[in-house]
Design a protein around this ligand. Structure first.
Ligand SMILES: [Zn+2]
Length: 281
């Protein structure tokens, strides 16, 4: 039987700032930390669990993802220097191992191999890490600010073409891949998703379940690729209902959406949807 992790091996979303999650993978002795924008909550977690910092993975250069690295290195880097992996295409001074798509980060067991995907769009050099721990364990992806539960990242540096291709490469991962996003944006993403696709029954059910989790103070993550394909409008720009609602909203707002308006093709709908989300309240 598959399980999301071995009993002795956990994926913990350590909350930081208002709505960031710093993912910590720990086997009880050592930990790999993804996107530590703030050192304090990570340091506290590692000390409380008596776990050594083993490696740091960074997805992109934004301060809320990299800001805590220098301090963590000062605190924990003693005899063995701690490797810091990050995108070669972005300027991140703390990175010791620059990476590009196709590279594989090989960490000691139990962490296994992390295949690097180029996922530009939110930033120009954004990367994601696909973890293969082998055996019967589920695959995992750490996708930073590219794919969110029921949403996707803002296009700060990249284009809709890039972001759609990046989301396509994530959607092509195995359905049972566990998706570790870097923010708890789920409830507001679901509100927008329902505006795009109000009759989606999976989405309605997910809305109820996600609210329940948040009311109990629990994270709504990880999500899975299969689930996102059912409820994430940014992976569903080819659906008639999504197209209809996105184009109606675009024309109602008089948004300049030549591409979307002319053909209503998948890319045009995606670009219009991303624009609409930027101002959706
Ligand atoms: Zn970001």
């Amino acid at each position: 039987m598959k399980s999301s992790s071995k009993a002795s091996y956990d994926y913990v979303p350590v909350p930081a700032f208002e709505d960031n999650y710093i993912w910590v993978m720990a086997d009880g002795q050592s930990a790999v930390v993804v996107d530590p924008g703030d050192a304090a909550p990570v340091e506290k977690w590692l000390r409380e669990h008596g776990v050594k910092l083993f490696a740091i993975l960074l997805t992109h250069h934004h301060a809320d993802h990299v800001g805590g690295v220098a301090s963590l290195l000062r605190t924990f880097s003693h005899a063995d220097p701690i490797p810091v992996y990050g995108p070669a295409a972005e300027s991140i001074p703390v990175v010791t191992h620059p990476l590009e798509g196709g590279d594989v980060v090989k960490l000691a067991p139990p962490f296994g191999d992390f295949k690097v995907l180029d996922v530009p769009g939110h930033t120009r050099g954004h990367i994601a890490y696909v973890q293969d721990v082998g055996g019967d364990d589920l695959p995992h992806v750490f996708c930073g600010d590219t794919l969110f539960a029921s949403g996707c990242g803002r296009l700060f540096e990249g284009t809709p073409v890039q972001m759609l291709a990046s989301l396509d490469s994530l959607a092509a991962l195995p359905d049972d891949t566990q998706v570790h996003c870097a923010h708890e944006y789920t409830l507001s993403n679901i509100r927008f998703a329902l505006a795009c696709e109000p009759a989606n029954l999976d989405l309605q059910a997910w809305d109820v379940r996600a609210r329940g989790l948040r009311e109990q103070g629990k994270p709504t993550l990880p999500t899975s690729i299969a689930h996102e394909k059912r409820v994430n409008p940014f992976l569903r720009a080819d659906q008639a209902a999504v197209r209809e609602h996105v184009l109606a909203s675009a024309s109602a707002q008089g948004v300049a959406l030549a591409a979307a308006g002319s053909a209503g093709d998948r890319l045009g709908v995606f670009a219009a949807m991303r624009e609409w989300k930027n101002t959706f309240r």
